[in-house]
Design a protein around this ligand. Structure first.
Ligand code: ADP
Ligand code: MG
Length: 297
């Protein structure tokens, strides 16, 4: 559904390409998580899918990025809106109207659809994302999770087959993040939407990924694999993976629940031992805390 063929992107004025030799394939209907240290080029890769790179950012894209059969270098973001929806970290800064319903309708304006179809799609989207009770609300009065759901809704009305999300839960509290991830799950499972998402809060998202694409370092080509395989080699990983690596578990746990189920032996081995210094007790190692080993954007 998304295919990168030997892609490199060089921003204007940069002496080296920001990403190079990128060959990557995201199959239809999968949720693929793009991970890597800050500044490695995740947003650049996502931008190449939505057409923001190079059309809005400038710079030179070499190679080819195909999304649902369209070359993003020869199609502007507006000409891709019916195949790819793009959502960023800060929905409020991208809203163009004032209320939920108007914002959903706006996403279709450039498509020239008949008014009856537009109305129907707004209703569908309000229902799908649980936004119907909020339809008349001013966008500024919504919670962060509600705003992010509206941002997703506003790119869904053209019925894109691909969604690209850049750090969609990074600015949200845990409850709002769950709200947004539940919506994404529904799109992937019920509608078969293909999702490519970057998110540095890996503890929130890694469990939902079908595959993980890792950009290990600037200029290196992404490695695609199962979440557990990639987490075993990734320089960024959530606390629960840190615990699993320390304990030598294979496959690595991706959720606190996974870790608990595997922790029996470890619990016995460590019974009666006091934790060293100020280190947290092992029983606490899987509880949510800042994503210590990951470098936040
Ligand atoms: P990530 O999302 O992984 O943090 P980015 O793709 O945002 O990485 O950035 C990768 C590199 O490209 C960074 O060094 C950044 O400064 C540079 N960069 C990103 N966007 C632009 C731009 N529009 N113009 C010039 N340089 C950019
Ligand atoms: Mg980024």
């Amino acid at each position: 559904m998304i295919r990168f063929e030997n892609v490199s992107v060089t921003y204007d004025g940069a002496s080296e390409p920001t990403v190079r030799g990128v060959d990557l394939e995201v199959p239809e209907g999968e949720l693929v998580l793009l991970v890597g240290p800050s500044g490695v080029g995740k947003s650049t890769i996502l931008g190449a899918v939505s057409g923001l790179v190079p059309h809005f950012t400038g710079g030179t894209l070499r190679g080819r990025v195909m999304v649902a059969g369209r070359d993003t270098r020869t199609h502007k973001p507006r000409e891709l809106a019916d195949v790819v929806g793009t959502v960023g970290q800060d929905p409020l800064s991208h809203f163009v109207t004032d209320t939920v319903e108007d914002e959903l309708a706006y996403g279709m304006e450039s498509l020239g659809l008949p008014p009856a179809v537009m109305r129907r799609r707004v209703e569908e989207t309000l229902d799908l994302l649980g936004l119907a009770p909020l339809r008349d609300r001013p966008l500024v009065t919504l919670s962060g999770g509600q705003q992010q759901r509206v941002a997703i809704g506003s790119v869904l009305t053209p019925h894109p087959r691909v969604l690209v999300l850049d750090e969609p839960t990074s600015a949200l509290d845990p409850a709002a993040a769950e709200e947004v991830l539940a919506v994404l799950q529904r799109l992937v499972h019920d509608l078969g939407t293909t999702v490519l998402m970057a998110e540095h809060r890996l503890e929130r998202v890694v469990q939902y990924a079908d595959q993980v694409a890792l950009l290990p370092a600037p200029g290196q080509t992404p490695v695609l694999g199962t979440p557990a395989d990639i987490m075993a080699v990734s320089p960024v990983y959530p606390p629960v993976v840190d615990l699993g690596r320390l304990a030598g578990w294979d496959p690595l746990p991706l959720t606190v629940r996974d870790a608990r189920r595997r922790a029996g032996d470890l619990r016995e081995r460590l019974a009666g031992q006091a934790p060293e210094g100020n280190a947290p007790a092992v029983a606490d190692a899987g509880t949510p805390r800042e994503n210590a080993p990951a470098v936040a954007d």
